[in-house]
Design a protein around this ligand. Structure first.
Ligand SMILES: NC(=O)C1=CN([C@@H]2O[C@H](COP(=O)(O)OP(=O)(O)OC[C@H]3O[C@@H](n4cnc5c(N)ncnc54)[C@H](OP(=O)(O)O)[C@@H]3O)[C@@H](O)[C@H]2O)C=CC1
Ligand SMILES: CC(=O)[C@@H](O)[C@H](O)COP(=O)(O)O
Ligand SMILES: [Mn+2]
Length: 387
């Protein structure tokens, strides 16, 4: 019986993870479930999976969580500190399914206690790739990528020599506005951006898909996780979202990972690793699909891709600044305070203003990352206020 914890249980990744877990009740014992504002959803999951501990991220919701769990005998806690502490509870496998930089501290705690970290929270690698990977190495823990493209690259690399990799192509659906002219994108609303053509995901990543900020994060994630040089990593628009990534080798071969847009594949691969087991995902009928299409992303429509390359070039704390500025800009867009294309302006201006915030020769620590994150949020907020 494997002991597993799910951070971000009330979200899209959390739901898909627990769907797989519920299909094999004899194989898993649930240690921790965490959520945020969705107390009713968290309590329902807790009643079904009977974890040792249930945690909400919000201290002021502890009373609500207690009431929702009344009569279950389940222990509960609240707050960001409680979430990080919960991650230090012994578990074999931990799903990192919180959205945003808030996923970093519990991910590090899970690695410190030697768990396998199934990493959906790409922000952890963007903000603190060197720290996360060093923490895994030092504690002989494993990080398994769950982001669909990175799971695809991981699978294409099994048995291969990284030195033989010439290029990695990660695909992008193009998001909600892929066929819109740029002028129309400028006036796009959060409601319009919150609808994904292929994937069923949380609102924040769905909007990031439309701006290609999601792909920008994923370029950095590829660089940080696999150690592949930035010039070898490409983004390619593939509207069908069936090919998730391709790895090109020095003999000209390309290994493509193909499957339906269903996160239960990438989550299930990490859950069953190192085995492969049956998963309840659709089997593709290529004759019925007919064809796949591709196009190059236009960087005037998607400045996020250029910014990601600048971030990879700068290294150090630039990833933490980039992510925090992006999260702040996204909040402002969702609140109708700035336009869709202005999100990239906020991020670019924050990167320029904080360009001297570096690591120097220092080794990255969580405190440094959190400090850069705070400064970037402050700076990006003042940029938003001036727009
Ligand atoms: N959804 C997908 O298919 C994919 C997602 N990812 C990545 O996985 C992560 C999760 O995405 P997704 O599931 O779509 O997001 P959702 O918005 O659906 O879920 C996010 C989860 O995090 C919780 N949460 C939100 N804010 C905080 C916080 N400050 N502290 C602790 N918990 C918090 C939410 O709680 P509550 O809702 O209760 O407030 C919820 O449980 C993201 O990093 C995303 O980029 C990567 C690839 C695919
Ligand atoms: C499912 C997944 O991994 C998402 O990150 C997905 O890639 C988002 O779709 P886009 O390709 O539109 O960014
Ligand atoms: Mn992805």
């Amino acid at each position: 019986m494997r002991r597993i914890s799910v951070f971000g249980a009330t979200g899209s990744i959390g739901g898909n993870t627990l769907d797989l877990v519920a299909r094999r009740p004899d194989d898993f014992a649930v240690v921790v479930l965490t959520g945020g504002h969705n107390i009713a959803g968290l309590a329902e999951l807790a009643r079904r999976h009977r974890p040792e501990l249930v945690v909400t991220a919000h201290e002021d919701r502890l009373g609500d969580l207690r009431a929702a769990l009344d009569g279950t005998g389940l222990a509960c806690a609240a707050g960001a500190g409680a979430i990080a502490e919960a991650a230090s509870r012994p578990a074999d496998w931990v799903m990192s399914g919180i959205v945003g930089a808030a996923g970093l501290p519990p991910g590090l705690e899970a690695l410190k206690q030697g768990a396998t970290l199934a990493l959906a929270n790409k922000e952890s690698l963007v903000c603190a790739g060197p720290l996360l990977m060093a923490t895994a190495r030092e504690n002989r823990a494993i990080v398994l990528p769950v982001d669909s493209e990175h799971s695809a690259v991981f699978q294409a690399l099994i048995g291969e020599d990284l030195a033989a990799v010439e290029r990695v192509i990660i695909t992008a659906s193009g998001g909600a506005f892929r066929d819109w002219p740029l002028e129309r994108m400028r006036a796009a609303t959060p409601e319009q951006a919150s609808s994904h053509p292929n994937w069923d995901m949380g609102q924040r990543i769905t909007i990031d898909s439309a701006s290609l900020f999601n792909k920008a994060l994923e370029l950095i994630e590829t660089h940080e996780y696999f150690g592949i040089e930035p010039h070898r990593i490409e983004a390619l628009i593939h509207p069908e979202s069936m090919i998730h990534a391709m790895v090109g080798f020095n003999d000209g071969a390309l290994m493509a990972h193909i499957g339906p847009p269903d996160m239960r594949h990438a989550i299930g691969f990490a859950l069953n690793h190192p085995e492969r087991r049956h998963l309840p995902v659709e089997r593709l009928d290529f004759a019925a699909l007919g064809q796949f299409s591709f196009r190059a992303p236009d960087e005037t429509r998607y400045p996020a891709l250029r910014l990601a390359r600048e971030v990879m070039e700068a290294g150090g704390l630039a990833g933490a600044i980039f992510n925090a500025a992006k999260e702040t800009a996204l909040d402002a867009f969702i609140a109708h305070r700035i336009g869709f294309m202005q999100m990239a302006e906020v991020v670019e201006e924050t990167l320029v203003k904080l360009s001297s915030t570096g690591l120097g020769n220092a080794v990255m620590t969580l405190d440094m990352v959190l400090d850069a994150d705070r400064r970037a949020r402050d700076c990006a907020s003042s940029v938003v206020n001036q727009l």
